[in-house]
Design a protein around this ligand. Structure first.
Ligand SMILES: [Zn+2]
Length: 284
């Protein structure tokens, strides 16, 4: 099966009150672990690739890994640019084979965010590629970009409705209190904002910073209308912990497969537990 746009599965997720996970791909082992989890649970999923990860892997390797995953698994998989910063990056990804892009214009003024997102939607839709926009500012750290919790601002439902109407995005990330990276204490999620926006627009509502959010909060977010949830940090933490354990136990180990296999296995478990929590099992 070729890579598909998020519109292949997000409308059904919205309708069926479950969420499809975006799992960020950072290297071969991430690609393999996410694909194995999806295959075992027959779940659709999204490979998220940040600009930093794109730089690390190279665009050709990134697309080849995602295409190999789709071919091997037969699952509906979207390859999605995460937090794209410009029209040019989005177009570069689409030309290389991405089936979905996010444009994060949240640091621009509301009007500029609308204008820039609209341009990308127009070009992407002409090529069958889905687009995610962002409103409000999501706190935390991702790819060495930090947003202070104090400066993170929540999305306003009225703005989300106008943003959707003017841009025609397929998915909309709204800042509702989750953060990127590792949480200090419990996140405070504003479920009322998710509910209001989901009830008013047909685009899929996206929750960023899904790592470390307690089960019952994730369930409540999905119930309120979140249909796409992003996970990256939890895989990074689990994979690195597995590597550290092997290296701490055996100072003589030098074969990368000896420590990358346990890392990959740990990530398979994380992704499977997320897919189960999100309710996407059996939905491929
Ligand atoms: Zn994010």
């Amino acid at each position: 099966m070729p890579l598909v746009s998020m519109n292949e599965f997000l409308p059904a997720a919205r309708e069926g009150k479950y969420a499809v996970g975006q799992f960020n791909m950072n290297n071969l082992e991430f690609a393999q672990a996410i694909t194995q989890a999806g295959t075992e649970l027959n779940s659709p999923f999204i490979f998220g690739v940040s600009e930093g990860a794109l730089k690390y892997m190279g665009i050709e390797f990134t697309v080849a890994l995602a295409e190999a995953a789709a071919k091997q698994s037969g699952l509906p998989i979207a390859l999605h640019l995460d937090h794209g910063s410009s029209f040019d990056v989005a177009m570069k990804c689409i030309r290389a084979g991405f089936s979905s892009v996010m444009f994060d214009g949240s640091h621009h003024s509301f009007e500029d965010n609308i204008r820039l997102t609209k341009e990308i939607v127009k070009a992407a839709h002409a090529m069958g590629v889905s687009v995610e926009g962002e409103l409000g500012t999501i706190g935390g750290t991702e790819d060495d970009i930090s947003v202070d919790a104090e400066l993170a601002s929540l999305a306003k439902p009225e703005e989300a409705i106008r943003f959707y109407e003017e841009t025609g995005v397929d998915a909309l990330a709204i800042a509702v209190g989750t953060a990127h990276g590792v949480y200090v204490g419990e996140p405070k999620i504003h479920f009322d904002i998710i509910e209001k926006v989901a009830a008013a627009i047909p685009a899929a509502i996206v929750l960023h910073g899904g790592s470390g959010v307690p089960d019952e909060m994730l369930r409540a977010a999905i119930k309120a209308g979140a249909a796409k949830i992003n996970v990256n940090t939890e895989n990074q933490v689990a994979g690195t912990a597995a590597i550290r354990e092997v290296l701490n136990k055996d100072a003589k180990v030098y074969d990368p497969r000896k420590y990358l296999t346990p890392a990959r296995n740990a990530m398979v478990e994380v992704v499977k537990s997320k897919m189960t929590q999100f309710g996407s099992v059996g939905k491929a």
